[in-house]
Write a protein that binds this ligand. Structure first.
Ligand code: SF4
Length: 67
């Protein structure tokens, strides 16, 4: 079950920590949005919805998903 939600106008990203395998793919692919060292570490305002959604789809574990 997702334990974090990140939203911008038309997009809600869910993160389920129990599924995350810490691949780091998200930060490598869209570092302006996915910032593991920052809080919040998902900054949806830093990119457009399509780019974020595209990166979310690359998560290998399904920890990241789109609502
Ligand atoms: S891409 Fe998915 S598995 Fe990799 S660190 Fe991010 S949430 Fe975790």
């Amino acid at each position: 079950m997702a334990n974090k939600e990140y939203t911008k106008e038309d997009l809600t990203v869910l993160w389920d920590s129990s599924k995350c395998i810490h691949s780091g793919i998200w930060a490598k692919g869209l570092p302006e949005v996915f910032k593991p060292k920052d809080r919040p570490w998902v900054q949806m305002e830093n990119s457009d919805s399509e780019s974020i959604a595209e990166q979310v789809r690359k998560c290998p574990s399904g920890a990241l998903s789109i609502k």
